[in-house]
Design a protein around this ligand. Sequence first.
Ligand SMILES: [Zn+2]
Length: 338
Amino acid sequence: MNKQFLAEIEKGSKNALIKKKIINHYIYNGNSTITDLSKEIDLSVPTVTKLIGEMCEEGFINDYGKLETSGGRHPNLYGLNPGSGYFIGVDIKQFAVNIGLINFKGDMVELKMNIPYIFENTIESLNKLCQLILNFIKKSPIDKEKILNINMNISGRVNPESGYSYSIFYFEERPLAEILSEKLSYKVTIDNDTRAMTYGEYMVGGVNSEKDIIFVNISWGLGIGIIIDGKVYTGKSGFSGEFGHVSTYDNEIICHCGKKGCLETEASGLAMHRMLIERIKGGASSILSELVLKEENLTLDDIIAAVIKEDMLCIDIVEEVGQKLGKQIAGLINIFNP
Ligand SMILES: [Zn+2]
């Protein structure tokens, strides 16, 4: 029945679109009475009553019983049925994958963090990722038929509307979302990782109902997510927020995008990583010297842990990168007034 409803929405039938609006309303505002809902979505009480009745039968909406009011009438409260559908979110890191399963109300049902995985921009790496997702689904405690969508967070240039990823996993002239849907046998959508994080913070994070937000994601790379008046700003082709690739420096460091002098070459986790290795190999000392000289895997967590232990070299590097980043963020504030 769920799949039939999704198909209706895709066809764009008028009732399905109103039902989508009702679901959206409940996601953002929680349970409400039919009278309040009618006012909020600007439709007549009889229309909303009819649609809510249908949605209860379809299983998406629950009747949560009488609302306790001081007045004489006690209207019923309606809201989303948490078990009517599930969504999976996949977040790809350099050395791990995080996978979460949420119910129809957005509550986390299952979360597996730091599943070992080495990201490489190859078909083998993509297949391995699919295998990890399928394993996660296999072990999840829910009815697999009720998984409505899997969203994957991808770094770089991603068009969430067309499903194309241009920076990574771009092996054939077809949307990555379509390829993944085939491989996983579920509907798959993709979005830029920073944008998805921005939306997550906006929905459940610490933004205190602010509606104009710049979210700065500094890990290996550097990107921003932009929310303007409560809406995620994707840009015309979905490429907004590539802050790390603004040409900023007159250096000779080649960025992974292929250009020289990108902001990311001097203000990102990758930059800190490179600077630390260069300086240790150039004779500077740090508690990470041994790790670096033995050419073992150095993670950003190692660098931050060293800062906490008051390692002077790591403190200097983080400070230097912080100064550069701060200057550029000040520029963003002038442009966006977030
Ligand atoms: Zn670049």
